[in-house]
Design a protein around this ligand. Sequence first.
Ligand code: ADP
Ligand code: MG
Length: 157
Amino acid sequence: MKEIIITHSEDETRKIAESLGERINDPSVITLEGDLGAGKTTFTKGLGKGLEVKRIITSPTFTIIKEYIGRLPLYHIDAYRLEHSEEDLGLDEYILSDGVTVIEWAQFIADSIPDNKLAITINYLADEQREIIFETKDSHMEEKILDVIESLKGEKR
Ligand code: ADP
Ligand code: MG
């Protein structure tokens, strides 16, 4: 499936991510693609809120992986610095272990990404407008995305 949501503010992106986070109850892998400033970290913050993470989520650029405690553990990976890297960081152990693994710049560790991931692409449209594309082959994840979209319609009524 492929679904697209347009957001018009940082807050709106956060809320949508939070709404998705609230619906996640089992180990999942989410990849986030998009240019610098697209909103990948913003999305992760919202997702974390939905997973009841209390700590403030910050960009993991200098640490590669950050772990947060929530309803499920949240593993936030930034693979940017792993381009051309031969290093084996044991990332496979996080991916689909017990928690929700969010991976920015996942293309740099493509071999480790399972097929049933949720792939999110965020595109800059204008000042505060972003296009968020959700793609997945996982039927449970698909249900959650459709549910998030349905809940947005309810809000606008
Ligand atoms: P990335 O992690 O992709 O580099 P960030 O989430 O750190 O991006 O930053 C996104 C920036 O874009 C923030 O400064 C945020 O305020 C701004 N922004 C403006 N509109 C939006 C929107 N609709 N969704 C997400 N972020 C937005
Ligand atoms: Mg970021």
